[in-house]
Write a protein that binds this ligand. Structure first.
Ligand SMILES: [Zn+2]
Length: 273
């Protein structure tokens, strides 16, 4: 097994109403301590070091103005939290990144792509095709040009004109880093498994928003707590089940929007050391 390390990097905060987004409405009666108000959730990317290639899982969200104006209102990227600024803080330039693997192509996972001038970008084939031609419900998520056709200000989606290599099924990207399909949140979502000394971590993207999504609800015989936002709830459910089975221990699951990861990285900024 390859001994890679993973550095979780939070790129800002997206606001959301948990009971609409993070938890399915059928679970509402069984949720304890979940507020009814809007909350801020982090948006993690993951830097994989220690291999022959420097690899990034997702590139994170946009700057405050773009995030708050075009996406969830009130979302923001504090000064210095863009993926580019944070890589610089730990001693890397964006051109040092060899490979970027996208879990999916929603706006908060793909910003600043143009800065990674030397990187190969990977996404799932189904995801890429849907991102190019989504149903109107998902125009905003993928920043589809049709939405801005008649707008005063034309915005350009981050992957416009940038080549993306596509993969299908389970694929080894480099030694110790595999993608496997976890559809449901989006049609071609994939998770990224990384081999470290701790075991194999899974960067879940949005296939598991937060760790609460893996908890069973015995009262209604649910083996997990489904999210409220999805493209396909059956696929979403099966993708969560698959990852629960695949991972050796729950602490090896790294969901993109898990708030507790902010505390965890204060003590352990690099996982798998
Ligand atoms: Zn998403």
């Amino acid at each position: 097994m390859k001994n890679l390390t993973i550095r979780p990097i939070n790129t800002g905060f997206v606001t959301t109403i948990p009971k609409q987004y993070l938890y399915h409405h059928s679970t509402a009666a069984y949720l304890k301590d979940v507020p009814d108000t809007r909350i801020e959730m982090p948006v993690f990317t993951f830097l994989v070091e220690g291999g022959d290639s420097l690899l990034l899982v997702d590139t994170g969200m946009a700057w405050s103005e773009r995030a708050g104006k075009y996406h969830h209102p009130g979302s923001y990227q504090p000064e210095g939290l863009s993926i580019v600024d944070q890589l610089k803080k730990i001693g890397y330039q964006p051109e040092d990144i060899d490979i970027v693997v996208f879990t999916h192509l929603h706006w908060d996972h793909i910003y600043y792509m143009e800065k990674f001038t030397k990187a190969d970008f990977y996404a799932n084939e189904t995801e890429y095709q849907f991102a190019l031609n989504p149903i109107p419900l998902y125009y905003k998520s993928y920043e589809h040009p049709k939405l801005y056709e008649n707008a005063a200000e034309k915005i350009i989606r981050p992957f416009e004109g940038i080549p993306i290599k596509t993969v299908r099924g389970e694929t080894e990207i480099v030694q110790g880093v595999r993608v496997f399909e976890t559809p449901g949140h989006s049609p071609g979502h994939q998770s990224v498994e990384v081999d470290t000394k701790d075991g194999s971590y899974i960067c879940c993207g949005d296939s598991i928003f937060i760790l609460d999504n893996i908890n069973p609800i015995p009262e209604i015989a649910y083996d997990l707590t489904p999210p409220g936002r999805y493209a396909d709830i059956i696929a979403t459910w099966k993708s969560i089940e698959l990852q629960k089975k695949r991972v050796a221990r729950p602490e090896l699951l790294l969901p993109c929007h898990e708030k507790n990861l902010l505390e965890r990285i204060k003590k352990t900024p690099v996982l798998g050391v």
